[in-house]
Design a protein around this ligand. Structure first.
Ligand SMILES: C[S@@+](CC[C@H](N)C(=O)[O-])C[C@H]1O[C@@H](n2cnc3c(N)ncnc32)[C@H](O)[C@@H]1O
Length: 268
């Protein structure tokens, strides 16, 4: 089965509902929200900005940016999924956000439109990240800022009692939900190849020992997605979910993963 986030609208109703819940649940997690706030805080608030969040999903990031940036800014959220965009619009409250249904392959914006583009866990899901980065560069103003945050899926782990089993299942799960599980490790090279200067980066590790929170909600998301993902045989998927939930209940939970944020500017 292909990564469900490459085309959410082609998924079963239960799968897309699971994605909506997962995106909003993690968007309410303090540590996850702090990562968005941390990069939002690097942007100037004394002037209005034209901001695009590409692969906006249910709008978690662009809603947050609309809270902290200059209120005269223009906010745009764009996604390949009409279903997720409908949810984003429903959840947008008082914020004025322009929503665009698109495929990142060819962006329907004029050259040099945006001051800032964010991609928050988008690039791990697209088949051609360089094409997405290059299109983003075209629509960024000269010296415009690109902020890419992604999970280092290749290093995410959900502990099971047996190490070999943990490694095998981690691999099967992360490759089932991410087209590019190692995108963070590739990004220094891909940014350069796409005409950006890498200015800075930061790393946030979310590790949970004893009790789960962020990763527990990820396990609950997998519990909803696994029946349609087909990443693991049904019995093994059930056993994996049960072990993770039980280990949270009895205080022996362990799961961990890193998130990288890359700050880049257009060259020339
Ligand atoms: C893991 S979700 C992240 C959503 C949101 N950025 C967040 O962090 O809550 C990945 C998003 O990328 C979108 N997406 C995947 N491929 C895309 C493409 N080619 N063009 C536009 N959006 C795409 C999906 O529909 C989904 O909303």
């Amino acid at each position: 089965m292909p990564d469900p986030y490459t085309d959410p609208d082609s998924q079963a109703k239960t799968a897309i509902e699971a994605m909506k819940s997962r995106l909003e649940e993690r968007g309410q997690n303090d540590r996850f929200l702090r990562m968005i706030k941390n990069y939002g805080d690097t942007l100037p608030t004394d002037k209005s900005l034209c901001v695009l969040d590409l692969g906006c999903g249910t709008g978690v990031v662009i809603r947050q940016l609309a809270e902290i940036l200059n209120p005269d800014s223009q906010f745009h959220g764009a996604d390949i999924s009409a279903e997720l965009l409908r949810e984003a619009e429903r959840l947008s409250g008082n914020h004025i956000i322009q929503w665009q249904h698109l495929d990142t392959g060819a962006l329907p914006y004029e050259d040099k439109t945006f001051d800032v583009i964010t991609m928050h866990t988008l690039l791990s899901h697209v088949p051609d990240p360089v094409m997405v980065l290059s299109e983003a560069r075209r629509v960024l103003k000269k010296g415009g800022k690109l902020i890419v945050l992604d999970a280092d899926h290749a290093g995410t782990t959900y502990n099971q009692p047996d190490y070999e089993k943990t490694r095998r299942i981690d691999y099967l799960l992360t490759t089932a939900i991410a087209t590019n599980p190692d995108i963070c490790r590739q990004l220094p090279r891909l940014l350069k190849a796409s005409g950006y200067r890498l200015m800075n980066h930061s790393v946030d590790v979310i590790s949970e020992c004893g009790k789960g929170d962020y990763w527990l909600s990820s396990v609950q998301g997998f519990a909803r997605l696994l029946p349609t993902l087909g990443a693991l045989p049904e019995e093994e998927a059930d056993a994996w979910v049960s072990h993770m939930l039980r280990s949270h209940d009895d205080g022996t939970f362990f799961a961990s993963g890193a998130f990288y944020t890359f700050f880049a500017e257009t060259e020339g």
